[in-house]
Design a protein around this ligand. Structure first.
Ligand SMILES: NC(=O)c1ccc[n+]([C@@H]2O[C@H](COP(=O)([O-])OP(=O)(O)OC[C@H]3O[C@@H](n4cnc5c(N)ncnc54)[C@H](O)[C@@H]3O)[C@@H](O)[C@H]2O)c1
Length: 331
């Protein structure tokens, strides 16, 4: 299939491009590079030895997107393009609502105009709010406490409503848990600018001496060691989950959790990173962070049953590959 990948130069998008190309699909990447670099597209070509068509466009720009659709016979879209920082979304709600919602609506209109009916969307476990674990797809969604999370809930609703009246649309809403790690080549991975919001990029910056120590937000949660528990998933497993979803997509809306089904505490992740890479990570326990929940992990049985997809990589590979990318990366 010819797949349009919005946000394909970003962290999860670039790894998914590799999985798509390796599965025999052709890809067209549309990304405005607001949080990524064009050289990542070259790395995708280098790793796979395959062609990638790239458009540096903003997905909110109707004319630019129309140009892309008119130039290619697109069979399906995977929509990663969006702003993703929880903290920044609280500071800049308008930018987040505008970018994430308008990009999705413009993309849906282009799909309608050009008869594209397969749509895979990057949602997030954040839509579950503070539900009981493990999170199941059928659960009633709870408020997310931040504009970023609300955009995910709203986009899920928009796509569900469109699919209700356009019965030949096939939509997959993929709720990612905590993607970490990097492609095993060490050529692409997560490289946020400045101080990272996520744990693994923070750990690798401390490991490299770019930050002095890791701050752990709270050690008094009702968990194994008091630190927050998350379902970390290797980014290549997430990438392969997209290929599985695309291959199995049938009409209607299908929601899948992409996680491992296992929770790991912050301290467990830090200890594994230290052991796997033989590096000490200095840390300090500080106050809890507003909006953080204690425990979050997925029920993964639906994706396993319907998509035949399960994760193949564990915490050890996540720590190894994140560090390999960090030591390799010049940026
Ligand atoms: N990384 C996570 O922990 C996580 C978890 C759950 C869901 N998600 C979602 O997955 C998607 C990809 O996340 P990521 O971690 O790869 O983020 P990322 O920032 O690395 O990738 C997003 C890409 O979209 C591009 N982009 C943003 N707005 C755009 C626009 N209007 N037009 C064109 N391009 C635009 C950026 O330049 C970037 O390359 C996002 O929608 C994010 O919300 C991420």
């Amino acid at each position: 299939m010819n797949i349009l990948v919005t946000g394909g130069a970003g962290y999860i998008g670039s790894h998914t491009c590799i999985a798509l190309l390796e599965a025999g699909h052709k890809i067209i990447v549309a990304d405005n590079l607001c949080n990524s670099k064009a050289e990542t597209v070259d790395k995708i070509k280098q790793i796979t030895n395959k062609e990638v068509t790239f458009y540096q466009i903003d997905v909110t720009d109707e004319k630019a997107l129309d140009y892309v659709f008119s130039n290619h016979s697109i069979d399906g879209v995977i929509h990663f393009a969006g702003l993703k920082s929880v903290g920044e979304s609280v500071e800049k709600p308008l930018e987040y609502y505008y970018n994430n919602l308008v990009a999705t609506m413009v993309l849906c209109k282009a799909c309608r105009n050009y008869g594209v009916k397969k749509f895979v969307f990057s949602s997030s476990a954040t839509v579950y709010g503070d539900n009981r674990v493990p999170f199941e797809e059928a659960m009633k969604l709870l408020p997310t406490t931040n504009p970023y999370g609300e955009t995910k809930t709203m986009i899920e609703r928009i796509l569900t409503d469109i699919a209700k009246v356009s019965q030949d649309w096939s939509v997959a809403l993929l709720r990612y848990f905590n993607p970490v790690g990097a492609h095993e080549s060490g050529l692409i991975g997560e490289a946020p600018n400045g101080v990272p919001n996520n744990l693994m990029p923070y750990i690798t910056k401390v490991a490299k001496g770019e930050l002095e120590k890791l701050y752990i937000f709270g050690d008094d949660y009702p968990t194994v060691d008091g630190t927050g528990v998350r379902d970390y998933i290797h980014v290549m497993d997430i990438a392969e989950g997209h290929v599985a979803a695309l291959d199995k997509l049938t009409s209607g809306v299908h929601i899948y959790n992409l996680g491992t089904g296992e929770g790991t505490s912050v301290l467990q992740l830090v200890k594994t990173f230290e052991e796997v890479n033989n590096i000490e990570i200095p840390y300090e326990i500080v106050e809890r962070r507003t909006g953080d929940i204690a425990i979050c992990y997925a029920d993964t049985s639906k994706a396993k049953k319907e998509l035949g997809w399960t994760t193949k990589r564990g915490i050890v590979e996540m720590c190894r590959d994140s560090w390999a990318f960090k030591t390799n990366y010049k940026g």
